[in-house]
Design a protein around this ligand. Structure first.
Ligand code: PRP
Ligand code: URA
Length: 209
């Protein structure tokens, strides 16, 4: 059964408010996206499985917990998801990184895939799928469809801001994945932008507008 976690930490809320501000420039926006991804990643990874292994300290040998299993994979949805990768890698520097390229058609708002490269043995890994914005949900649903078609079963989607419409759509399409949301906003406008949102996350991260 899917788990939906809406963050309530004041540090995350504060940083999201700074990201929303139209006066926040590219450099600060990027730093904030990374910081929020790290704070959210800490929450999303709290159920990582561990195994007991022997560790010899200067005083004695004992059995101690270490992360178990294959290294996890971070698979950002391009472009904007790239802005969250370093925050997650700060927590798990050995994670593998894949990429799924999707863009939303400006008129139909339908997602289109243009790139995909995934780490080996992706079906055996926990896959973290970051994208700052969950608007209609179309991009996230397609990305999860794609990852599942490769055999992945353990998937966590992570976004900074979600619209209720997108969250419902993603839950309905993929009831078996965990979803982590920095803030649940009010609604989508007629251009399928999140209100109040923060504008176009990709453009703000990369300074393309
Ligand atoms: C944005 C965002 C999501 C998508 C969300 O990407 O980063 O991927 O829109 O919208 P949806 O839930 O309605 O699908 P965009 O398509 O603008 O591409 P970009 O990251 O390259 O800017
Ligand atoms: N994509 C964005 O970057 N922002 C929105 O508000 C909706 C989709």
């Amino acid at each position: 059964m899917s788990k939906v976690v809406i963050m309530d930490h004041p540090l995350i809320k504060h940083k999201i408010s700074l990201m929303r501000d139209e006066n926040t420039g590219t450099k600060d926006f990027r730093v904030l996206a990374e910081e929020i991804a790290m704070l959210m990643g800490y929450e999303a990874l709290r159920d990582l499985p561990t195994e007991l292994v022997p560790v010899k300290s200067p005083v004695a040998e004992s059995m101690q917990p270490m992360i178990w299993g294959k290294k996890l994979a971070v698979v950002p949805i391009l472009r904007a998801g790239l802005g969250m990768v370093n925050g997650i890698l700060a927590l798990v520097p050995t994670a593998k990184v894949g990429h799924i390229g999707l863009y939303r058609d400006e008129v139909t708002h339908e997602p289109h895939e243009y790139y995909c490269k995934l780490p080996e043995h992706i079906d055996e890994r926990l896959v973290i799928l970051p994208d700052p914005m969950l608007a209609t949900g179309g991009s996230a649903i397609q990305a999860v469809d794609f990852i599942k078609a490769k055999g992945c079963k353990n998937i966590k989607f992570m976004c900074i801001i979600a619209a209720p419409e997108g969250l419902e759509a993603l839950k309905e399409a993929h009831p078996d994945i965990d979803i982590y949301v920095g803030n649940l906003d009010d609604h989508l406008n007629e251009d399928a932008y999140i209100v109040p949102g923060l504008g176009d996350a990709g453009d703000r991260i990369f300074g393309t507008k």
